[in-house]
Design a protein around this ligand. Sequence first.
Ligand SMILES: *Cc1c(COP(=O)(O)O)cnc(C)c1O
Length: 334
Amino acid sequence: MKPVDLRSDTVTQPTAAMRAVMAAAEVGDDVFGDDPTVNALQARIAALLGKEAALFTPTGTQSNLCGLMAHCQRGDEFLVGQMAHTYRWEGGGAAVLGSIQPQPLPQQPDGSILLADIDAHIKPDDAHFARTRLLALENTWGGQVLPLPYIEEATALARRRGLATHLDGARVFNAAVASGVPVADIARPFDSVSVCFSKGLGAPAGSALVGSRALIARAHRVRKMLGGGMRQAGVLAAGALHALDHHVDRLAEDHAHARTLAEGLQGLPGVTVQAPQTNIVFIDLAPEKAAGVVERLRAAGVLCTGLYRLRFVTHLDISADDIARAVAVLRQTL
Ligand SMILES: *Cc1c(COP(=O)(O)O)cnc(C)c1O
């Protein structure tokens, strides 16, 4: 029997319909700006997020880095959550490749950074310090929706202090669908937003950075430097366009599956389930339950990641039956 793969929403297979539009995509050399499908995707995602322009990239890591390097020069600094992807999970690329110093800050349980912490870490204009240039937030973070009033306040503070703002919105469509807030409203307070097509949207690869025309022109140069200038990338862009047409509203199904999974795990001793807001379920295990648990679950046909804190991510290829099976296996194993 095929395992129930809840390791990530990146494990999805392109659907037959998606493969068909990818195979039929009209393409050109995107380094010359000649790929009509890439151009259509860039126009579409920019409009959806309410920005002037967009840049298609192979990965979200590259999209974030193009954004950071378009905002910041060598010797600049960005304020970022201690557990944010752009700081912790991207190989230190901003520092390694951009000579941009991260200033990591503690995050609250909802993913926010206290305004007082942001305020206190914006450095004065003094030769001792890196130039604080950018605030980077993440939404969703750990599957949680960053509250809109907080986003408004944090970005307003950043603007008041002369900083630019970037959103790592790898799963921003999950945030929009879960909260009922249009994705453009979530994007509006930010100068740039990175969004992934390869996560819950189910495309095989690709992300986009959106922002002003001037910012995206700078990011375009950075993308070339980072080796992200792809040629007939319209084959991938077609998958992303298809995902925007067909896989956004259905994210609500993934969220419902996550809730069903969480509810199904109630009442197990030594197991604490965090109520999911979107498509990610975290469960914390007492140490006596944790030994070899990922391997034991794998042997029983359920794939997840973690150690004491297990992570289960629902997605396009997970059905209600899969969730029922996962609940049964988890209850048995735990
Ligand atoms: C997945 C992800 C990214 C980008 O990841 P890639 O694997 O490089 O596409 C960025 N930020 C967050 C929050 C993510 O979950």
